[in-house]
Design a protein around this ligand. Sequence first.
Ligand code: BGC
Length: 707
Amino acid sequence: MKKTLLALLLTAPAFAQDIEGLLKQMTLDEKLGQIQQFSDFGFSTGPSAAADNEKQKERIRKGGVGSILNCVGAKWTNELQREAVEKSRLKVPILFGFDVIHGHRTTFPTPLGEAASFDPKGCEETAAIAAKESRAQGVRWTFAPMVDIARDARWGRIVEGAGEDAYLGSKLATARVQGFQRGGKYAACAKHWVAYGAAEGGRDYNTVDVSERALREVYFPPFKACVDAGVMTFMTSFNETAGIPSTANRFILTDVLRKEWGFRGFVVSDYESVDELRNHGLSADGAEAGLDSINAGLDMEMVSQHIAQNGAALIRSGKLQQSTVDEAVRRILRVKKQLGLWENPYTDEAPEQSVLKDPAHRALARTSAARSLVLLKNDKNVLPLQSPKNILVVGPLGDNQADLLGPWHGDGRKEEVITLLQGLKNRYPNATVTFQKGCDFKGPVETLNLAGADVVIVAVGEAEAMSGEARSRSMIGLPGEQEALVKQVHNSGKPYVVTLFNGRPLALGWVAENCPTLLECWFPGSEAGNAVADVLSGDVNPGAKLPVSFPRNVGQCPIYYNHKNTGRPANLRPEYVSTYVDVDNSPQYRFGYGLSYTTFKIDGVVVAADHTVTATVTNTGTREGDEVVQLYIRDKVASVTRPVRELRGFQRVALKPGASQTVKFPLGDRELGFYDRAMRWTVEPGEFEVYVGNSSEAPKATSFFIQ
Ligand code: BGC
């Protein structure tokens, strides 16, 4: 205790927390240092490593390092922090950031998978544990949640978000921010601001050109939810929107974020996105790129160093105001203060390993993964498995540790992953459980020996590196010859289950049409095999729903349930309507869809005078299970066209056989309104249709009028 106090006295100058006082003492170089984020300090190897480290430490001692990303580990972050808080002139602590996207050492399902749980509380818990683990390694700031709405399965980063719907996305964004920032000593980051998921053709980093209405209705809401939840930071996106790259977009960074929404945290660029303003053709050189971004409202530059290197000259030339620099630094220092970095700059090295290996975290990984698995088909009731004696696992993902963590798995270790094969062995210790790979993600299919197996579990899908950043695909079927592998099992006549592991919605084609049993597993994380075995065995009854539409083929992309009706909707007349000549408009699997081992009835829908919608859900089957009751509304006629339906409430309910529960969905101005022609939020009089059920095809229950 004494030691801590002494350390505090030595390291924290009296003015440390008086931001204005501190600002007054800072030289311009020290201010520009706060604006700069470096990457990978201490990762240099080879003969120059020691000299490189020393150079980096020297930079810290001069006050030139505001933040570092990709620097993890209590010992090493402490060593660098010591240079800042004990040896630099003003002793401003460094903020260490890392991509803690879906867990840290313990890896939870990839965010799109976890979104399928329709369980904000669950998402909050996994975020809180991810923060705790990474915090134990010196990280105080995660570049998450990614809250980009994505309607195009070609885009590889669809795996990192909550899917296609702004309402679900907002609820999960709130939960994740609250989880990460629980206790107030760890910062979340809403990214990528904004409309990154609307990349043309689903190609990563590509041009975005959407209307202000689309921004406000579709892409902004989860970001606004983050602000309302107190998120401490934002990250700009790589893309341009209507001609202005986000990193230099004043409308986005200042007018909306600061002036309209009152955000008081700071905004970091994406990786070298300041420098990329040159490639966009917006800024002539690095100095201009720095100027364009900070003047638009950017506060911290990730990796490229244009603001730091050119700031002084830009101020001298009169192009950059000293007050603009001060404001960026003020925002950064405010977050550092909020995080308690002056009181607590260091990380306790002793508990690092025990926090990372806490069995409770693994238990949560197993539950959250099992709660995110979506049962797409169970036509022959092969599931849950009936005391199998001889299980054969086949496919490239059947005994695979490396790919089941999914992209951006932080400090997750593949050697700590439970494979599907291992999970089934754990669950069925008295059965014979064997494995034949059959094929890889590319290359030929081998002939399987299916003799003796009483059930075959086929594990197919994507390798980890097929989704995520810069992993867009123009064809989104099962990669390689995996379909041929499935056909081989199918043609054998054996009972079988196809388990799918993938980051994005796949266009499953023949598999969806012909395989009787399909379980969507996403990338389930560290406890993958145990969680999938929990669901296959029926120990856990699947209750998740798709947070994103699965197209029939790639030509339907972008595809989403809350589309507009058009003047020529497909159901209006047989010809000259908005359809394809070669494929139906409907997705293969719709948003909000997912089966259970039991059955549910949802009825008794009533709308109260205050527009609260009430419904009753009953478990009509013989097993305990979860149902996600979903409420959609449609504003039938409005001064601006409205989607055919929009999710406006959901609740995941656990019910024993025969049990019922009443669910309530209040509908206020936020749920009923939209942006009018002048972009003002409004609720217009007229008829509202109400749909309640267990998917985005929920039947119309009733309608009501607003006078
Ligand atoms: C990604 C961000 C990420 C950053 C730092 C970028 O390439 O777009 O999402 O947070 O790198 O790793």
